[in-house]
Design a protein around this ligand. Structure first.
Ligand SMILES: *Cc1c(COP(=O)(O)O)cnc(C)c1O
Length: 375
């Protein structure tokens, strides 16, 4: 069956699963905690707007994105709830962010100084969340002195800045060993001692922290991967029994060519695969330009519930698989998801590729149409 933008390869996104996962998360949160859906990177490749709308229907309180343009796209789609940009934004865009009512993370005083001038010129006020670097080593204030200077600056310019939040990010919240997590939490509390007036939002939890460190505090949870139904820890730490989240991402294609090859016949670029006996080979119209990377050669996909190996190099737009027997053109091929009772997960692909499931889903290219279901 051909679905979407005239292709027989597509991602099927289960918006019902996304809503279910949000509800599961809600059950574990404190009543006064806000839940922000992390929809950066095109909602982890699931599709920004459909996911944002589903999340809104499930009752989230706001959104996190990584980039200004992602926030603007949400506003242009009619989203009015708070939107926080988690990454470093250019100070010269301060008034632009204010115009779209986007809150931004701020990790250094220079940003505030430059933004203050730009905002004053436009008579605009920007909502800011101060980022604290408690051990992630990415962005944010690292000591009390620098943080104090930023807080003083914000206090000095209330017309230009609404000090809306303060936050940190953990680097090992998904790990079985919580030593470093505890160190970061300690550092966070230490930095917070210079904050006299707590802003509206104090937040520390990504999915992993919200699942395994429920006591870590804050009044806002930034829910990313858990909303998409994937275990933040991969296979390291199992999800608690009461966190039955469902994956929302499936990746499907179909056979577009089937042929019988004979001993000595080779497949694909570089002739890395040569048949040793008579074999049935099928061609799947998906390749590395779609995000199914060359290193997936040798892994399997599901056809009729059977594991079929990708043989020969993965091409830009196509790859070949070895079939157990002759099969008709149009037969469904599952790369991620359920096929006749068998399941392939993004985690399986990640294990094979030596990466994490976050990267597998984020790598699926824009040219793969997304098809939505919501039961
Ligand atoms: C991406 C991101 C998140 C979401 O993380 P998940 O592991 O997907 O829940 C939360 N906070 C920050 C600062 C992020 O960059």
């Amino acid at each position: 069956m051909i679905i979407g933008r005239h292709r027989n390869t597509y991602a099927e996104i289960d918006l019902g699963a996304i809503k279910h996962n949000i509800q599961i998360e809600r059950k574990h949160m404190e009543k006064d905690q806000a839940l922000f859906a992390v929809v950066k990177a095109d909602a982890y490749s699931h599709g920004l707007i459909p996911v944002a709308v589903a999340a809104q229907e499930a009752g989230v309180d706001g959104y996190c994105v990584a980039l200004i343009d992602e926030g603007v796209a949400l506003r242009e789609a009619g989203i009015t709830k708070p939107i926080l940009i988690l990454g470093v934004t250019p100070a010269e865009q301060a008034a632009y962010m204010a115009k779209y009512n986007l809150s931004t993370a701020v990790g250094d005083l220079d940003f505030l100084k430059e933004a203050q001038v730009k905002l004053a010129q436009k008579h605009a006020q920007l909502k800011v969340h101060l980022a604290l670097d408690t051990g992630m080593g990415r962005i944010g204030f690292r000591n009390q002195t620098d943080l104090k200077a930023a807080l003083d600056f914000l206090k000095e310019y209330p017309e230009q800045f609404d000090f809306e939040g303060i936050f940190t990010h953990f680097s090992t919240a998904d790990s079985a060993d919580s030593t470093y997590f505890e160190r970061q939490l300690h550092k966070f509390h230490d930095l917070m001692t210079v904050v006299e007036q707590r802003p509206k939002y104090v937040h520390v939890a990504n999915s992993a922290a919200s699942i395994w460190h429920r006591q870590c505090g804050g009044n806002l949870v930034r829910l990313g991967i858990g909303m998409y139904g994937l275990n933040p820890s991969g296979k390291e730490v199992a999800l608690p029994a009461d966190m039955q989240i469902k994956p929302a991402f499936a990746l499907e294609s179909e056979l577009v060519a089937v042929k019988k090859v004979h001993p000595g016949d080779s497949i694909s670029y570089g002739i890395t695969y040569t048949a040793e006996k008579d074999e049935w080979i099928g061609t799947v119209p998906m390749g590395y330009a779609d995000g199914w990377l060359r290193r997936m050669q040798g892994s399997t996909v599901l056809v009729d519930g059977q594991e079929c190996e990708i043989v020969g190099r993965i091409c830009m737009d196509q790859f070949m698989i070895r079939l157990p027997h002759e099969m008709p053109i149009g037969k469904r091929v599952t790369l991620i998801g359920e096929n006749h009772g068998k399941i392939k997960t993004a985690q399986d692909a990640a294990d094979y590729a030596g990466t994490i499931h976050y990267e597998i889903v984020c790598s699926i290219a824009q040219r793969v149409p997304r098809f939505y279901k919501s039961n």
